[in-house]
Write a protein that binds this ligand. Structure first.
Ligand code: SF4
Ligand code: MG
Length: 271
């Protein structure tokens, strides 16, 4: 039994349940567990880790961890994260956002963080819907899927987070799901440690807002769907329409904060 599991068992001996807001079956808790396990496995001192969260169900993750945390405005998490990393380049800054947060209201910040290649890890929990606000269509809702604002099926083409981040210039781009917890742990550790801007998309089931509207009977159906409809990118063959998972881009260009430090050193060599 790992130290983290022992701590959880100890907590549950004194408390009947965790004081969190996630609905039963929500995939976000699995991503939160992966984040905690990854920081533990990497043996990062808690004081060197900063979680910057946006607004939404995923934003609550900042409230449940004992790192430095900032719960920011909707869509603006990456702007706070950029400032923190520029001022304190030695910190591991992890920005937690939902698909609405990262791809809609914060979409511009995402592409510019990637273009600048700021040394921040963007963890994007994609449940294909706005969960906390009642199930509105997001930029990740698949075309034809039902939501509160698309009762006859969405007419819009969704963003592909991976392709967007790659094209915008992120150093590290990966995707996993709540169903693939081991793969998620591995990619989370890589994303945290990779220099420059890292994007890790985690597909997570939202049984309450997305699942019910799209005729999934229960969360087991949603995990079964994730299992059947995803494939490791190395095994993807031409014509395969499943969603690829794994690492899609790994570059080693210096992060913005590194280039800034070099500039400062060249302008003020005495510092
Ligand atoms: Fe999770 Fe959806 Fe419930 Fe939010 S609304 S906590 S995303 S299941
Ligand atoms: Mg969402």
């Amino acid at each position: 039994m790992s130290d983290v599991t022992k701590l959880i068992h100890e907590y549950l001996r004194h408390n009947k349940k965790f004081p969190h807001v996630f609905c039963a079956g929500c995939g976000h808790g699995i991503v939160l567990g992966s984040l905690v396990r990854s920081v533990h496995a990497l043996q990062l001192p808690k004081d060197n880790v900063v979680i910057v969260a946006g607004i939404g169900c995923s934003g609550r993750m900042a409230v449940y961890v004992d790192f430095n945390t900032v719960h920011t405005a909707h869509g603006r998490a990456l702007t706070f994260a950029t400032g923190i990393k520029m001022a304190n380049p030695e910190l591991h800054v992890i920005c937690v956002m939902g698909d609405g947060d990262a791809l809609s209201i914060g979409g511009n910040h995402l592409i510019h963080a990637a273009r600048r290649n700021i040394g921040v890890t963007a963890l994007i929990l994609n449940n294909q819907i706005y969960g906390m606000t009642g199930g509105q269509c997001s930029p990740a809702t698949p075309q034809g899927d039902l939501s509160m604002t698309s009762p006859y099926g969405s007419l819009e083409q969704p963003f592909d987070t991976v392709e967007l981040a790659k094209a915008a210039g992120a150093n590290f781009v990966a995707r996993s799901t709540s169903f693939h917890a081991n793969q998620l742990d591995t990619l989370m550790q890589q994303a945290i440690m990779h220099p420059g801007f890292s994007v890790l998309e985690a597909l997570t089931p939202c049984p309450t807002q997305y699942g019910r509207k799209n005729k999934f009977r229960n969360v087991v159906d949603m995990y079964t769907w994730l299992k059947k409809n995803t494939v490791k990118v190395e095994k993807l063959k031409e014509g395969d329409t499943r969603i690829p998972t794994g690492v899609f881009q790994m570059l080693d260009r210096p992060g913005l904060e590194e280039r800034y430090s070099e500039l400062r050193r060249s302008l003020r060599p005495e510092e």
